[in-house]
Design a protein around this ligand. Structure first.
Ligand code: ZN
Ligand code: ZN
Length: 122
């Protein structure tokens, strides 16, 4: 599912993947997203461990797509306290997809971002 947000001021459009995705930490420390349709077998293929094992060992996390309010890149970041810096510009103002509705526009700084969903019913 893709959510599209449009700025009420300047018309800036950003598309974000909706929802959250599990990731597993592989043997070399890299984080790899798990196919939401098939998490269990994706986890097994990547790490050789089940979801339950990964949870026990602290190797399972959740990330969300986020928009960098500085350079407007979309990046994957940890959901909560471990929210990362933007890999593109090192800015630390990332807004997750579920926080986008009503957020100030990173482009013009005047308008706010609105989900396009509602407008289909007009
Ligand atoms: Zn704008
Ligand atoms: Zn950035």
């Amino acid at each position: 599912m893709i959510n599209q947000f449009t700025c009420s001021g300047c018309g800036f459009v950003v598309q974000m993947r909706e929802g959250m995705e599990h990731y597993a930490v592989t043997g070399d420390g890299a984080k790899k997203g798990l196919d939401p349709e098939n998490e269990e077998s994706a986890a097994m293929a990547l790490t050789g461990k089940t979801m339950a094992q990964l949870t026990t060992e602290g190797l399972l996390g959740v990330w969300v797509e986020a928009l960098c309010m500085r350079c407007m890149a979309t990046v994957m970041t940890d959901r909560e306290e471990n929210r990362k810096k933007c890999p593109q510009c090192s800015g630390n103002n990332l807004t997750a997809s579920y926080e986008m509705e009503g957020s100030p526009c990173p482009k013009c700084g005047q308008g706010s971002l609105r989900s396009d969903e509602g407008e289909m019913f007009i």
